[in-house]
Design a protein around this ligand. Structure first.
Ligand SMILES: [Zn+2]
Length: 113
């Protein structure tokens, strides 16, 4: 592929993604209500503005399809084993959201969709 064409493709990429506004306004409340307004891991009740919508399969395989999304509380979301959450863990430790022995609490979901 010529460099000129490649550049055009890169410029067009952001349009494929779901706009953040649509995500916040539409998808979040739907997943939250479907999951009975509670954390699907520890079952504590969550307000809409407290819930974290987690991608069960993340990365390239994890699209914003409803079946791939679930409601988690902040703590369970942070403690889900995912190397991309490392930054969240550092932050949560500083804020005291998770205990120093957080490694013993990390969980992984092997569910295949
Ligand atoms: Zn939880």
């Amino acid at each position: 592929m010529k460099l000129k064409n490649l550049r055009i493709e890169l410029v067009n990429l952001p349009h494929i993604r779901t706009p953040v506004e649509i995500w916040r306004q539409n998808i979040r409340p739907i997943i939250w209500k479907r999951d009975n307004k509670e954390c699907t891991k520890c079952k504590i009740k969550l307000k809409l503005n407290e819930c974290h919508i987690d991608h069960i399969k993340s990365g390239k395989l994890g699209k914003n399809k409803f079946i791939n999304l679930r409601t988690l509380c902040q703590r369970c979301h942070i403690l889900r084993a995912d190397h991309r959450h490392q930054g969240m863990i550092d932050n949560a430790l500083k804020k005291g959201l998770i205990p120093p022995n957080w490694r013993e609490l990390v969980w992984e979901d092997e569910t295949e969709l």
